[in-house]
Design a protein around this ligand. Structure first.
Ligand SMILES: O=C(O)CCC(=O)C(=O)O
Ligand SMILES: [Fe+2]
Length: 257
């Protein structure tokens, strides 16, 4: 799909450059280099890590991309299986992947894999994400569109075997900011397998609530989950109480060959 917008050239991130977080590489001045946007690294423990770059993309360009993706992506709202019941997925979706990869399947649904060649804009965003994350090699992309406050993604982990044991997942947000939650998977999965909820199991075992982290994912931000985050943690974008406008989120992933 050809883009009529001039979306190919990323513009530099405007505004003052914030200081780097402790322990991170310092920003080098001069030499005509674009200053690196601020990165917040959260060590979740046990080899899991989240990196948040709130101003990954310049605001104006991110709005151009939002408008383009909102109109041009062939969004669908599939029916999925949750706890044995068929339900309409509470957000729009689309999937893009390299040819010849193992098919993605989640909640009983196998999305059609579109070609990157049909979406030059997505290839441009992929290039920027690769540049921000040296060593990364994403070959697939799951897009989500949350059309209002009642669209959401429930607690889950992207721990499908096709991503391997320690997948890196990079998520770019456009439009309405939403809360992104992470919570530690319950240690005692046996009680869950027996049909007991995590909450009930915790009360019975008198253990404290799971560790939780919250990130406000703003327009133009990038969030990266790494290491054992999918094995040991779950994430969610909950419903919101108040009216929200549309949010588009792109999650870049690497499917193992
Ligand atoms: O919209 C988001 O920020 C997260 C989406 C997500 O978790 C997923 O697509 O697996
Ligand atoms: Fe996810």
């Amino acid at each position: 799909m050809a883009s009529r917008l001039r979306l190919g050239q990323p513009s530099p991130n405007p505004g003052p450059s914030p200081s780097p977080s402790p322990g991170e590489g310092k920003i080098e001045e001069g030499e005509g280099r674009k200053p690196e946007p601020r990165r917040e690294v959260t060590d979740l423990g046990g080899g899991s890590e989240v990196v948040h770059i709130p101003r990954f993309m310049a605001r104006e360009r991110a709005w151009e991309l939002f408008e383009h993706l909102d109109k041009r992506i062939p969004w669908t709202r599939p029916t999925i299986r949750v706890f044995g019941r068929s339900v309409v997925q509470p957000r729009d979706t689309c999937y893009v992947a390299d040819k010849g990869l193992t098919d993605l399947r989640y909640s009983g649904h196998q999305p059609h894999a579109h070609s990157w060649d049909d979406f030059p804009v997505l290839k441009d965003i992929l290039k920027e994400v690769h540049e921000a994350l040296p060593g990364s090699h994403f070959n697939s992309l799951l897009l989500n569109r949350y059309k209002g406050c009642s669209d959401y993604v429930s607690w889950h982990a992207d721990d499908e075997p096709l991503y391997g044991p320690t997948p890196e997942i990079a998520s770019v947000t456009f439009g309405c900011e939403r809360e992104f939650l992470l919570r530690k998977k319950p240690a005692n999965t046996q009680s869950q397998a027996a049909g007991e909820s995590g909450e009930t199991a915790r009360k019975r075992l008198k253990v404290s609530a799971p560790q939780q982290h919250s990130f406000l994912l703003k327009h133009g931000s990038l969030l990266v989950m790494r290491g054992y985050t999918q094995r040991d943690w779950q994430h969610a974008v909950p419903k919101r109480a108040r009216a929200a406008s549309t949010r588009i989120n792109l999650t870049f992933r690497h499917v193992l060959p």
